[in-house]
Design a protein around this ligand. Structure first.
Ligand code: AHR
Length: 320
């Protein structure tokens, strides 16, 4: 394979002549997690659009939240001899073997939006946000907003064992350190889905005096926050006022909730991980230069002061 030749040149035989294959000749296999959230659906749409723009043949596999399906998809991509593999890994562990198989087949792998606990030599680069920082930004917002007032916090975690669930928890807890007015009183997974976010929030509300003991919700993504907002309303409380709501993703629906005063803040995660990934592949193909191991995307905080209705209007067409 021409792309493989470029990889070998870069890593083994410095100075050899690189292939002239254009992006339009490339076939890329993409193992997507599923469609658990609005953000995930947007990432799928944007990845397909970015491939089409570049004339890349994208082979798409939906793993329906199962790592075993992702491993099968990766093996199938390897057997087909694709030029590169993109994978959004559902959980962080258990990748060494299959990534080793891709490496043996000299097929570069790019991680999208989540990281893995594996040797860095097993993949070419990871296009992700700083997931710890995202949790930290959310936590700092809550520290500043509560300004020393006592506040019991409930946390809706993402998928157990996924890097965003681990890192967003860590970053948030780090931000709360030394601010004893803030206490995380309940923390449970809502699996990044709206339905489970609502279900788990209902149980939090029940356990905490109908919600009267809860001052803030931190959700690892907007979809869980939107589900929880519904649960808070059904419990007769006002989300955004009685219970502060801070989450991550910045999908259009959370801006609608912010415009209605029912959510307070969100940290943006771009759904365009594929654009930088395709660019890194193209640059590598052109001159054999490997990208850095981490291509970091931005994390921007939005609050109710940022004209949420306007942001909603601007975002709603963009793949969401
Ligand atoms: O890995 C990114 C996370 O996965 C998003 O924040 C969440 O919405 C998605 O399911």
């Amino acid at each position: 394979m021409k792309f493989v030749k470029a990889l070998s040149c870069a890593t083994v035989l410095a100075g050899c002549v690189f292939s002239s294959v254009s992006a339009a000749d490339m076939t890329v296999g993409f193992s997507q997690i599923g469609s658990e959230s609005g953000w995930r659906a947007a990432e799928t749409t944007v990845t397909k659009q970015e491939a089409e723009k570049r004339g890349i043949d994208l082979k798409f596999a939906d793993a329906q939240q199962k790592q075993e399906n992702q491993i099968k998809a990766l093996r199938s991509f390897i057997a087909q001899g694709v030029d590169a593999i993109f994978v959004a890994p559902v959980v962080a562990t258990g990748w060494d073997e299959v990534l080793g198989e891709a490496k043996d087949a000299e097929i570069p792998v790019i991680l999208l939006d989540r990281t893995v606990d594996a040797d860095k030599s097993l993949y070419m680069t990871a296009v992700t946000s700083d997931l710890v920082h995202e949790g930290n930004v959310a936590g700092k917002w809550l520290v500043d907003t509560t300004a020393g007032k006592p506040c019991n916090v409930v946390e809706l975690q993402g998928t157990t064992g996924s890097s965003p669930a681990i890192d967003r928890k860590k970053g948030f807890e780090e931000a709360l350190k030394g601010h004893d007015n803030l206490k995380i009183v309940r923390s449970q997974t809502g699996d990044f889905t709206r339905t489970k976010g609502k279900e788990v929030m209902e149980s939090f509300l029940k356990a905490e005096n109908g919600g009267k003991n809860i001052c803030a919700l931190y959700a690892h993504n907007d979809d869980m926050a939107v589900g929880a907002i519904q649960a808070i309303k059904e419990a007769g409380l006002k989300p955004g006022t009685d219970i502060l709501v801070v989450s991550i993703d910045a999908v259009p629906d959370i801006f609608q909730a912010m415009a209605a005063g029912e959510a307070n803040a969100t940290v943006e995660l771009t759904p365009n991980m594929a654009g930088p990934a395709f660019d890194a592949l193209a640059a590598f193909k052109k001159d054999g230069k490997e990208p850095p191991k981490w291509i970091q995307t931005e994390s921007k905080l939005y609050t109710q002061a940022d004209e949420p209705q306007k942001v909603y209007e601007a975002k709603k067409g963009l793949g969401y």
